[in-house]
Ligand binder design. Structure first.
Ligand SMILES: Cc1cc2nc3c(=O)[nH]c(=O)nc-3n(C[C@H](O)[C@H](O)[C@H](O)COP(=O)(O)O)c2cc1C
Length: 393
C-alpha cells in the first residue's frame, strides 16, 4: 500500500476511549451499517488501524428467535478481541431478552442500541429514530438493556439522531436519560430523521451533547470522510471518539489514516489501482467465507462496494458495469486483470462523500405520534409490530 506524508498537523491529545471495562486505544468506531459491517469488512478495517468495529444491527426479536441470519450477523471472527453487537428493538421485554441471551451465552463484549434508524418502514411503526420521542418507552428499553448487560459486566451504549425533525429534537433528553440509566457512552449522528442522509451533519449539536453530559463519553458521528475530518470533529466538538460510517465504504484503509492522525503521524494511505484491485479481491474472498462459502451470495453482496472502491479511478464505463454485476470470484479476477494496474492514486476524485445521500422527507410516523411524549393505547399496540423484518439505517 502506498503511504505518503501530508503536511504536519499538531498532535491530537485524545486519551483511549473507556467503555466500561473495555479500553479502545484509538478512539475510533466503525459505525454499524446493515449490509456492510459484516465480519469480512470488519477484518479489512481492523487490519489497517485500531478501533472498535460494530457489527450490522440485528433485531432483538430475530435474535431471540435465533433466526440463522441473526446468528450470522452476531458472529465474530476468533481474533476479534471486542465482539461488538448492535441491537434494534422497540419493546423492553424483547430487547431485555436479547441482551440476556448475548450475556448468558457469552456472544458479545459490547452492545449498542440503535435509536437512529430513519427508514420509513421503521419510523412508521414508532421504531428507530422515532422512538426517543416517547420518553417512557425509551427509558424503559435503555434501563432494561443496561440492567441485563451489567449482569455480565458488558458495557451498553446507545446511538441516536438529533430527533425527528428540527421542531422535535430528542437528543439532549435521550442522552440524559441514557446517562442516568447507566450507559457506557452515547453516540450522536448529527442529523434528524427528516434529513435522512441529506445536507450536512450538525456538529454543533454534537458539541452541545458533549457539554450536557460531562460525566460519560460522547461519540460524534456524521460526515467524517477523512482522518482530517475526524481530527476537526474532535477539536470542534470535544467528543471522546468518532464514529465513521460511509467514509470507509470502499476505503477500509481509512482506519489506518485515522490511527495515524490520532497519533500525530502524517502517514496516509494513497493506494494506486493495483492495490485497490487486490483489496477488492481480498474483500470478495473474505465475503465468501463470511457467507459460509456461498459464492453466489457473497459476490452479489460485493457488487455494491465496486462503485465505492473505484470512485475517482480510471476504470472505463464498460468494465465498471461488469464489475457491478460480477457473478463469481473467477470472473472477478479476470475483470480486475483488465485494469491498468500501474495507474497511481487519483487524489481528491477518490475522496469525499460516498454512499447514501438523498433528500429530506417528512418522516413517516404512527398516527398522532407527535401529539404527546407518552404512548397512547393504540400506539402501544402498534409498536410491538415494529420489530419485524427490519434492516439497516
Ligand atoms: C448502508 C448503511 C447502513 C446503515 N445501517 C445502520 C445500522 O445497522 N445501525 C445504525 O445504527 N446505523 C446504521 N447506519 C447509519 C450509520 O451508522 C451512520 O450513523 C450514518 O451513516 C452517518 O455516519 P457517516 O456520515 O459517517 O456515514 C447505516 C448507514 C448506511 C449508509
Amino acid at each position: 500500500m502506498t503511504v505518503v506524508a501530508t503536511p504536519p498537523a499538531p498532535k491530537l491529545e485524545l486519551p483511549p476511549l473507556q467503555l466500561g471495562g473495555i479500553t479502545v486505544d484509538t478512539p475510533v468506531i466503525l459505525a454499524p451499517m446493515a449490509g456492510i459491517t459484516n465480519s469480512a469488512f470488519r477484518r479489512l478495517c481492523r487490519e489497517y488501524g485500531g478501533g472498535l468495529y460494530v457489527a450490522e444491527m440485528v433485531t432483538s426479536r430475530a435474535l431471540v428467535e435465533r433466526t440463522p441470519e441473526s446468528l450470522r450477523i452476531i458472529s465474530h471472527d476468533e481474533d476479534e478481541k471486542v465482539r461488538s453487537v448492535q441491537l434494534y428493538g422497540v419493546d423492553p421485554v424483547t430487547v431485555g431478552a436479547a441482551v440476556r441471551m448475548l450475556v448468558e451465552e457469552d456472544r458479545a463484549d459490547h452492545i449498542d442500541l440503535n435509536f437512529g434508524c430513519p427508514v420509513p418502514k421503521v419510523t412508521r411503526r414508532g421504531g428507530g429514530s422515532a422512538l426517543p420521542w416517547k420518553i417512557d418507552l425509551f427509558t424503559s428499553i435503555v434501563q432494561t438493556a443496561v440492567k441485563e448487560a451489567s449482569k455480565g459486566g458488558i458495557p451498553l451504549t446507545i446511538k441516536m439522531r438529533k430527533g425527528i425533525d428540527d421542531d422535535h429534537l430528542t437528543y439532549l433528553d435521550a442522552g440524559r436519560i441514557a446517562r442516568d440509566a447507566g450507559v457506557a457512552a452515547v453516540a450522536l449522528h448529527g442529523r434528524t430523521a427528516a434529513q435522512f442522509y441529506s445536507g450536512q451533519a450538525d456538529w454543533s449539536a454534537i458539541a452541545r451533547l458533549r457539554e450536557a453530559l460531562p460525566d460519560i463519553p460522547v461519540l460524534g458521528n456524521g460526515d467524517i470522510w477523512s482522518a482530517e475530518d475526524a481530527v476537526r470533529m474532535v477539536r470542534e466538538t470535544g467528543v471522546d471518539g468518532v464514529v465513521v460510517g460511509r467514509g470507509c465504504q470502499g476505503r477500509p484503509w481509512l482506519f489506518g489514516d485515522l490511527q495515524a492522525a490520532f497519533e500525530g503521524s502524517e502517514q496516509r494511505h494513497r493506494p494506486g489501482l493495483r492495490e485497490v484491485a487486490e483489496g477488492v479481491y481480498r474483500h470478495a474472498e473474505l465475503m465468501v467465507e463470511t457467507f459460509g462459502n456461498d459464492e453466489y451470495k457473497a459476490l452479489r453482496e460485493i457488487r455494491k462496494h465496486m462503485a465505492w472502491y473505484f470512485k475517482g479511478y480510471v476504470v472505463g464505463g464498460e468494465l465498471r458495469a461488469k464489475l457491478a454485476t460480477v457473478p463469481t470470484l473467477e470472473v472477478l479476477r479476470g475483470l480486475l486483470e483488465e485494469l491498468d494496474m500501474d495507474l497511481p492514486y487519483p487524489g481528491i476524485d477518490s475522496e469525499g462523500p460516498r454512499g447514501r445521500a438523498g433528500s429530506p422527507k417528512k418522516p413517516a410516523l404512527p398516527k398522532d405520534w407527535l401529539v404527546s411524549r407518552q404512548l397512547n393505547a393504540e400506539q402501544s399496540a402498534e409498536i410491538s409490530a415494529a420489530e419485524l423484518d427490519v434492516s439497516g439505517g
